[in-house]
Design a protein around this ligand. Sequence first.
Ligand SMILES: Nc1ncnc2c1ncn2[C@@H]1O[C@H](COP(=O)(O)OP(=O)(O)OP(=O)(O)O)[C@@H](O)[C@H]1O
Ligand SMILES: [Mg+2]
Length: 275
Amino acid sequence: MSLFEKADKIITNFELATKNPIIPTNKEKLFVGVDLGTAYIVVTVLDEDKNPIAGAYRFAQVVKDGIVVDYIGALNIVKELKKEVEEKIGCELNCAAVAIPPGTTINDTRYIKNVAEGAGFEVTNIVDEPTAANSVLKIKNGVVVDIGGGTTGLAVLKNGQVVYIADEPTGGTQCTLVIAGAYGISFEEAENLKKDPGKQLEISAVLKPVAEKIATIINRHIKDYDIDAIYLVGGTSCMLNIEKVIEKVVGIKTFKPQNPLFVTPVGIAMNCINN
Ligand SMILES: Nc1ncnc2c1ncn2[C@@H]1O[C@H](COP(=O)(O)OP(=O)(O)OP(=O)(O)O)[C@@H](O)[C@H]1O
Ligand SMILES: [Mg+2]
C-alpha cells in the first residue's frame, strides 16, 4: 500500500466531486471548509462520513499571505462559490471551518473569519493550514510542509501532536515571478507556463533555486527536531521533482501525494464542527 493511498483517494474523490457533485443523504451534517488562499479560494463539502461530495474553487488574488487585501473581492468570491455549491447539491451550507497560516495574528485571523461570516457561514472552527493538511495525511511523526501561493507553512508532528508551527513568505508567487523574469513574460503568462504539463522539466530547472530556498527554510525550522520524513502539500508542491531537490538539500526522505493542491482545503473541511 502506498504511503498516501487513503489521502490520494480522498483527494481524487474531491476532484471528481467538483465536477460531479453528490447529493447528500443527510443534509444536516455536512462538513464545510473555506480556504482563503493567496492563489486559490476553495469551498469544500464533505458528507457526514467526511467523504468529499462537492467543491468549487477560483484563482484569485484577494488574500496575501493570510491577510485579506481585497475584502469585498474575497467576500464576493466566497459568496459565489457558496451559492454555486449549494445549487449543485440542493441544500444550504451553514457551518464552516476556515484556516490561517501558522503564526497569523489575531487581527488577521478576524478578517479571514469575517469574510466567511459575511458570505453567510457560521464559522465553527479555525485551524492552521499544515494542521488542516494533516487531517488528510494523518502523519504521526515528521514535518508537514504546505507550499502554497504566498507562503510555506510547516507543522512538526510528534506522536500525532503538532509540536511546532512556522510560516515563511516564499511560495508559488515567487516561482511565477522567477519564471516571468527568466522568460521576459508577464506574471499571467508565467503562471500559465509554470503549470503547462508539457513544460514541467524545463520549468523545474528554472525553479530549482526557489525549491532550494524552500528547502533551506524547512531545514532552518526543523533543525532542533529529530525528523525522519518530510511530507509536502500545497499547489507549489506540484512542481516536478521539488521533493527530490528538498530531499537532497535537507538530507531527509521527502514525500508528496499525487495531487498536493487540494489536501489543505479538504483538511480544513474535516475540521468543521457541525453539531
Ligand atoms: N502544476 C503546478 N506546478 C507548479 N505550481 C503549481 C502547479 N499547480 C498549482 N501551482 C501553484 O500553486 C500555488 C497555489 O497553491 P495553493 O492553492 O496551495 O496556495 P494557496 O492556498 O492559494 O496559497 P497560500 O496557502 O500561500 O495562501 C499557485 O502559486 C500555483 O501557481
Ligand atoms: Mg494554502
